[in-house]
Design a binder for this molecule. Sequence first.
Ligand code: ZN
Ligand code: ZN
Ligand code: ZN
Ligand code: ZN
Ligand code: ZN
Ligand code: ZN
Ligand code: ZN
Length: 1774
Amino acid sequence: MASELEPEVQGLDRSLLECSAEETAGKWLQATDLTREVNQHLAHYVPKIYCRGPNPFPQKEDMLAHQVLLGPMEWYLCGEDPELGFSKLEQTNKPSHLCGRVFKVGEPTYSCRDCAVDPTCVLCMECFLGSIHRDHRYRMTTSGGGGFCDCGDTEAWKEGPYCQKHELNTSEIEEEEDPLVHLSEDVIARTYNIFAIMFRYAVEILTWEKESELPPDLEMVEKSDTYYCMLFNDEVHTYEQVIYTLQKAVNCTQKEAIGFATTVDRDGRRSVRYGDFQYCEQAKSVIVRNTSRQTKPLKVQVMHSSIVAHQNFGLKLLSWLGSIIGYSDGLRRILCQVGLQEGPNGENSSLVDRLMLSDSKLWKGARSVYHQLFMSSLLMDLKYKKLFAVRFAKNYERLQSDYVTDDHDREFSIADLSVQIFTVPSLARMLITEENLMTIIIKTFMDHLRHRDAQGRFQFERYTALQAFKFRRVQSLILDLKYVLISKPTEWSDDLRQKFLEGFDAFLELLKCMQGMDPVTRQVGQHIEMEPEWEAAFTLQMKLTHVISMMQDWCALDEKVLIEAYKKCLAVLTQCHGGFTDGEQPVTLSICGHSVETIRYCVSKEKVSIHLPVSRLLAGLHVLVSKSEVAYKFPELLPLSELSPPMLIEHPLRCLVLCAQVHAGMWRRNGFSLVNQIYYYHNVKCRREMFDKDIVMLQTGVSMMDPNHFLMIMLSRFELHQIFSTPDYGKKISSETTHKDLVQQNNTLIEEMLYLIIMLVGERFSPGVGQVNATDEIKREIIHQLSIKPMAHSELVKSLPEDVSTCILRKENYGNPSLPTSLENKETGMESVIEAVAHFKKPGLTGRGMYELKPECAKEFNLYFYHFSRAEQSKAEEAQRKLKRQNKEDTALPPPVLPPFCPLFASLVNILQSDVMLLIMRTVLQWTVEHNGHVWSESMLQRVLHLIGMALQEEKQHLENVMEEHVVTFTFTQKISKPGEAPNNSPSILAMLETLQNAPYLEVHKDMIKWILKTFNAIKKIRESSSTSPVAETEGTIMEESSRDKDKAERKRKAEIARLRREKIMAQMSEMQRHFIDENKELFQQTLELDASISAVLDNSPMVSDMTRTALGPAQTPVPEQRQFVTCILCQEEQEVKVESRAMVLAAFVQRSTVLSKNRSKFIQDPEKYDPLFMHPDLSCGTHTGSCGHIMHAHCWQRYFDSVQAKEQRRQQRLRLHTSYDVENGEFLCPLCECLSNTVIPLLLPPRNIFNRLHFSDQPNLTQWIRTISQQIKALQVLRKEENTPNTALSKNLENVDELQLPEGFRPDFHPKNPYSESIKEMLTTFGTATYKVGLKVHPNEEDPRVPIMCWGSCAYTIQSIERILNDEDKPLFSPLPCRLDDCLRSLTRFAAAHWTVASLSVVQGHFCKLFASLVPGDNHGDLPCILDIDMFHLLVGLVLAFPALQCQDFSGISLGTGDLHIFHLVTMAHIIQILLTSCTEENGMDQENASGEEELAVLALYKTLHQYTGSALKEMHSGWHLLRNVRAGIMPFLRCSALFFHYLNGVPSPPEIQASGTSHFEHLCNYLSLPNNFICLFQENKEIMKLLIESWCHNIEVKRYLEGERDAISYPRESNRLIDLPEDYSSLINQASNFSCPKSGGDKSRAPTLCLVCGTLLCSQSYCCQTELEGEDVGACTAHTYSCGSGVGIFLRVRECQVLFLAGKTKGCFYSPPYLDDYGETDQGLRRGNPLHLCRERFKKIQKLWHQHSITEEIGHAQEANQTLVGIDWQHL
Ligand SMILES: [Zn+2]
Ligand SMILES: [Zn+2]
Ligand SMILES: [Zn+2]
Ligand SMILES: [Zn+2]
Ligand SMILES: [Zn+2]
Ligand SMILES: [Zn+2]
Ligand SMILES: [Zn+2]
């Protein structure tokens, strides 16, 4: 069908292209009915351009639309060529001083903490960088999309509202002139005409609801019969559901379905089928049927293609309008006028109104287009912003209701524009006074919460997910209310007062519905059956918390408002309590001669509610009345006399008693919902407007009542009145033993009550309660948090309540589901005081920066600080006592000195010296003195002591601050000196304290009692000296004196006992420690950091005295044999390492590696066919072996591994859980250190010693040796050919051998005996096979000829990677290596050298021949790589390790050492040639003197030879000095690797010079390696043969191609790979990522942009669009990338999360802390806090080091072992 359509479409295109915009515009200019004319044009052309087939062609459509439709409009508007016209308009344009940039998803935004009026004020990156705020304290976040830059908005910034760019236009904005004056009348008129027609057309068509019929003026004559089946998005169905349904309904592939789903999600709709009506209808019914089962079905419409065409053009038109008004502020003004002009239908008929009101019916794409137009027009024009705000407010209720029932996220709703309007202070104020906005919002909110109980209180149903979803939507209204209230008025007009108070009334109505909601009744007998609903009510409370605080803030600003609000609040509270005493029998309580009447009420028997917002608001207002001193200025205006203290305290008291009873275990049967409620009641998120205010309300009550009456009511509510009014309660109880539980319960209640009294007296740090300011309050909070332990900045912030003005969500973050609401970006005022109370300790390489309390602040510590949880309290107590002990002070924690109360609360302190209080104190002390049974508890006593301490502090303060003439009425000391009255006749409180100070069972409290007595005496002294009110001399003091001496002696004795005990314990401890270290020796040795351990090469090596040491060759320094004993970590048995004994093995981990790769685009394509014999110098895929160095018996390990395997199988069957390691792939964890391992390396003695035969004195020189070896190879090849030729008779074969001239002493029939034990042989095979399997990623096959190659390769690669690490860290080559590395390299090298004994001799010989032939060409070796394409170190290792296979058949007397030496020399020379060919191309400017040394001349001569052999293709060089320098630099890594290799192979200790750091050690290396210092000598010594060889190397075609520039080659030295460079400032990464779009779905922004730290590629991670198939599985972009970039291992930075991601294979991964820190030394994973982040180079280096050390997989293993949840993550989808 498509092919038939194609020519038709093209034909059409041509006719369309001929359509002239100018002519059409000309026709329009003549038209009498322009609207009709234009509509006809559109009716004719739009369906011809848009919607011509099943798929849209956006580019073509745009092009044609511009030509045929928009072009004429532009011509019409300008009246001339638009190019000219628009540039003229631009000249008179006054660019807006507002930036108004609309944010993309993920774009960084900035807010200034110092200058932003509220946190919703943000800047785009460009404006921020050009503003003064970049030097202020700022926050950075990533935008969730939508919202715009506030640069230039003077109301948004206290300072610096303009950036440099937007400041340019500010001079003119003062005089607000009409932008239309710059336009000509004609232009104005035409613009007006065309805007009006087009805007109306767009609105009409977008809001058109018929599916197959067009508006009459757009109907066409010939209408095609084509329809679309249009699928709309909703937020209910998942991606998977939609994809599945589409595949079924329209028969498409999964890929197409994903494409449809992605577009539907992005644009809000997409046609999924095109054709006749029936055809589309059919698809629709399938989709509806398939998706209607559980939920409401997906929305699908079958629409006529012409309607879709017009709608598409409508959208295009709106964007066009947006761009046209960018040319001129005048045009913008006209568009605003057109949009807001009322239509013929009056109210709500303007185009803007019509769009807003159909918002929820439009699809996502249409919404965002018109929202953007509003933002760039209405919101950018100051005059029309106001008018628009009014329209918005008038429609507010309707818009909100639409939003609540709509299912799209808020960012796609017009309601979301509230933040842009309400946060502008002038607009907000205008809307409050003129549109009564506050009341409207609150009433709308109330309307949506309809469920009430009989008393009219809110009642919420089960809080289901759906409920929660709806509830969340309603809550956005609260957010709007916050926006309106966020900036407080500086001036009040009468109108504002009136409208605010109206709003306040509405708010009180709301709170009234909450007062007493969700009441609970204590469950007795049975446990509750169903947990009652509580979350909804608490969510509501939590959301309103800030609004309540803001309401108070507003009230505080105006005395008249405060007084009115206070009155209103009191009236509502009285209403709530109406009938509160009705039907209740009053009851009279009496103690100590006081009596009071109260109601009969029991918390444990009747209903009680935690929700008391009205009482709490009143408490807040009361504090404000106190603070603002309104109470003293206008007492007559306040209804203070109407206050009934018992009524005020009743409900808060009940609530606090409820908490106490829950704590005492009385409400256990009420389940967890109650526990949760109590938790939140005290939690930092709620307490400010819950718990804290209840305390204030009680304080208010006490300060207005007789404290005795208060205490009696309190005792009664705590149900303790009985106990304290019964004189001998203690004795009675202890005689009855039955009620243990009840006694325990009562004890807890008494403790709780005492605690409450302590809080009532001690909590005076709210401004208005005590004489403090806000700074004191926050300081105190911080001091107490830090008393628990040192804390990081973020921990501290979390523990403090957020500041009201910053509780608002940043506007662009709203609707971003990954961010929990309002928790982030909070301001606590901490910054201002933290310096005063704490020291900052910087973070190290790990961990965070910490704040530590300054010692001088410790005296302000209050053990009973009311915001401590119980756990925190005991931790703080412990920490503070420990501190005191360390400072050698006594351990008493007396109450701190407190600030005085404000006058309104001043009388509160009398509670401490009231009769009932003294009775309570005396009673508890009496019980303690009697010390029997369970009647008293230590906490009870501790609290009483604290209360006594508080009273003493209070009295002392009073005495010290008293004015001359005043009498101090606080006479606590006097009262406690008096004995109790009849009938008790108990001793005085003081006397009892003196008795108690020696009680043996009160050791802990002794210091506190002593402190009390001391303070008592001090007060007595003050009293005496001032003779104010003399305290009667009592018997107490004398007793105290005498007891002091006794006490001293006792203390001394105890101290001595304690010392002895301590010493004994210490001795025991150190014994145990020693034992532990012995037992876990390996563990202590194994220190992972390279630089950590010093136990090293030297210690393990035999002592060799000779100072010049030689590592190889006939002159090798002899190494005395040394016996080695090792212990198995599994069975703890010790064993000697011997050739014939059982194998000992090391746990090892083999992995493929690209760490050294110089070519990341290269990877092994077909492992089965891959030939690894020659390593390419780009080192693109190596095999690395690592080990933790832990040694086991081979059989012990096998048993261990079998058990791991069995366990794992059982576990998988049972739990289907994953482990951090893959048992099926042979992985296990080292039994000692849990290091990830996948095989074991056998532990061997130096293998060369075993095969070394007698040394003959005269060994061949290089030339002779090469000749001999060549002959031997030739002989072998002939033999091999014979063997492989079938049908040869044995005799003939023998004959040939005779014919063949065997070199002298060569015996190819000789097969050496393998000296190793069976068990060692088995382990040699095991490790060899593992290296082969992992390195090539193939199935294990121990027979494969490539096994030995892989073993040698892994040895070479591992040495190379370690050499690089040492080099990069500037460590000397033989600096002490950590044990594990040393052990690993030694075992690996020895293993690789011994492996040939278990491989086929002929295979190894074959490898040797081929390797040898690459340097010494023989016959029969066709395609060998040219020397440019061989890594010489790999070649060296292969040759040296394969050589014994040949040498063992050679009885001519050539030693292994000779072979090693000649091989080494030969390879070295080849490498020098390699370097000269590739790396000497630059003769940098520093021309050295030509008169140069012998060596330089020699190099130059060599170079000239090369030049000649290469046919002069090699660039000419004249400086021997440069050449020599380049050669030396280029060859250094090779020499260093060789030194390591021969060191481990032959065991010759390294010369001490190389162990020190500093110089390059070139000479020492040469000596150690038996090389002449002037290595050009090598060439000269073997002139003849080398000439031949060099010539053959140079004649290779590849060399020629390279020199002619046709190909590349690696040059030397190879630079170490590094992770990419990261920017200093994290926001530039965010910016970079926000510009990154998904490479697969055409221009879409990627949701999880992720940066590969190895190669710098940005990936679209964790998303359907970029999944690819890898080995038959769908994997995400990151996993796919690791396979090409890191052979399975990857290091990424998730930019939006600020998180490092490690991946290994498909199943392993972990997150790692990012190398970016804020100023407090903390990382911000998830970017929740938004502090500016800067690169921490040390941490980045650490990550790089992990990579270089091949420890990424190990790191993941450790992380997964530590945190099991990481195992469950589908890493492959990232
Ligand atoms: Zn900006
Ligand atoms: Zn700006
Ligand atoms: Zn600033
Ligand atoms: Zn063992
Ligand atoms: Zn280990
Ligand atoms: Zn993508
Ligand atoms: Zn990469």
